[in-house]
Design a protein around this ligand. Structure first.
Ligand code: HEM
Length: 439
């Protein structure tokens, strides 16, 4: 069991779990209750959320560098940050980031035009590059042009190192046991933090000269100006920096996987690729005003990809006090697992659960999906703050890529999901990319 958990936790889900509403499992390190019944999920994540804290295992993994950011803080500090940050990720603000997202997408289109048709390209890695670029552009815009290259280098080193966080942390081995790569991680972290601090300081100087007059064109300015609506207080420098690191970490691999899985699924469903392409040809040629709302088919494909391959395959919580969920007694410190990967393919909740069918998410049909049967972004107070950002980015970029290229799976490629913090294709996504002649 431990070795499977370490290699690919996804393989622990046997057929039974896809049919059972609630199951109790004794793991080597915890008493676990797996909850895949909408009313019970609502109880844990929403109605009685105060009794179910983010579990210490998840927090230990996230603690490196993100300690003061929204993803990892708890209690009063979380409440203050969440209400301060809410306007930064409001739908209206995110729509204002459309141009930056399209510009990063255009950069990728130009890069892909340089590949030869016979080149096998790992599209999963390409998507990671793209989503980091989107974040660099939306957080810092062009105002840091001179620092952007240095920033990208520091960011790549950071993510290459953080990817090594492994089984020792997952299974709660005490901190006293030395972690391979931990020293290097600390060094990379402090270098990366230094780069971010310099960018923040330069921006503060600029904003200081003319406080509110400059329009906020990126997330950094919004973060520096954000005030807690209850107290009127801004965030500290440490909080701003931790949240930038948090957005970069929480927002890049998740969205990259969403795009990679969408492209994989479309490569297996030519009729849907054609529908996306027709829509993209029509809508991308028009105004950017209301563009995201008009990409209805593309958005349905993204949502269906998030159903079949949810990047956060499992959510976990730790019970504080005794409780009862769907007739099962929950003991204090029990680990509660809600796995979107299982929930989204549950035999009792979905028709043809393993089949790719974006029709489910087309207007009209979407309203019939039970609220707690589809949770790619979680639910309740700790729900993803970047959901609109991620959906908009994935929809725009998917439309652009399908408009400009034909993508086919490289011959002999085997694509299989592996859960490594996020749900990614285990051997990458090797594809052949051919530019379309018409554009
Ligand atoms: C498709 C892409 C994404 C997916 C699938 C995703 C999924 C999730 C999920 C499931 C949670 C809740 C975890 C839990 O309840 O334990 C979460 C939280 C969070 N996400 Fe995302 N996310 C995505 C993109 C983003 C982006 C783009 C950002 C920011 C730029 C972001 C920032 C955050 C933050 C800060 C939290 C913590 C919220 C809190 O605790 O108050 N995510 N995400």
């Amino acid at each position: 069991m431990l070795s499977t958990l370490k290699r690919n936790p996804l393989e622990c889900w046997s057929a039974d779990f896809f049919e059972l509403p609630i199951a109790r499992v004794t793991l080597p390190f915890a008493d676990a209750v797996l909850v895949h019944e909408p009313a019970a999920i609502k109880h844990v994540l929403v109605d009685n959320a105060a009794n179910y804290r983010k579990d210490p295992i998840q927090r230990r993994i996230l603690a490196v560098g993100l300690g003061d950011g929204l993803l990892s803080v708890e209690g009063e500090r979380w409440e203050v940050q969440r209400r301060t940050l809410a306007p930064v990720f409001a739908r209206r603000t995110v729509i204002g980031l459309t141009a930056a997202m399209l510009s990063a997408g255009q950069g990728l289109v130009e890069r892909w035009r340089r590949f030869a048709p016979s080149d096998v390209v790992d599209v999963a890695t390409e998507m990671t590059l793209l989503t980091l670029n989107v974040l660099a552009l939306t957080i810092f815009s062009d105002g840091v042009a001179s620092d952007l290259d240095e920033f990208r280098l520091a960011m790549n080193a950071y993510f290459a190192t953080i990817g090594r966080i492994g089984a020792l942390d997952l299974f709660g081995v005490p901190e006293i046991v030395p972690r391979p790569g931990r020293r290097r991680l600390k060094q990379t972290m402090s270098y990366f933090e230094g780069v971010i601090d310099r960018i923040i300081a330069a921006r503060q100087r600029r904003l200081g000269a003319c406080p509110q007059s400059e329009p906020a064109t990126d997330l950094l300015t919004l973060l520096l100006r954000a005030l807690d609506p209850s107290t009127g207080r801004p965030m500290s420098l440490t909080e701003v920096r931790s949240n930038i690191l948090t957005f970069l970490s929480a927002g890049h691999e998740t969205t990259a996987n969403t795009l990679a899985w969408s492209l994989f699924l479309l490569s297996q469903a030519p009729e849907w690729a054609k529908r996306v392409r027709d829509e993209a040809d029509r809508e991308l040629a028009g105004s950017h005003e209301g563009l995201v709302e008009r990409l209805v088919v593309t958005r349905a494909v993204v949502e269906e990809a998030l159903r079949l391959y949810p990047p956060i395959a499992a959510l976990s919580r730790s019970a504080e006090r005794v409780d009862e969920v769907g007739g099962v007694t929950i003991r204090p410190r029990a680990l509660i697992v809600v796995a979107p990967y299982v929930l989204h393919r549950h035999r009792t909740l979905w028709d043809r659960p393993d089949e790719f069918d974006p029709t489910r998410f087309m207007p009209g049909a979407r309203a019939r999906i039970a609220r707690y049967a589809y949770l790619p972004f979680g639910a309740g107070p700790r729900t993803c703050i970047g959901a609109s950002f991620a959906l908009q980015e994935a929809t725009l970029v998917l439309a652009m890529l399908i408009r400009h290229f034909d993508l086919t799976l490289a011959p002999g490629a085997e694509v299989w999901p592996q859960q490594k913090i996020t749900l990614r294709p285990v051997n990458g996504l090797p594809m052949l990319i051919t530019p379309r002649r018409a554009n």
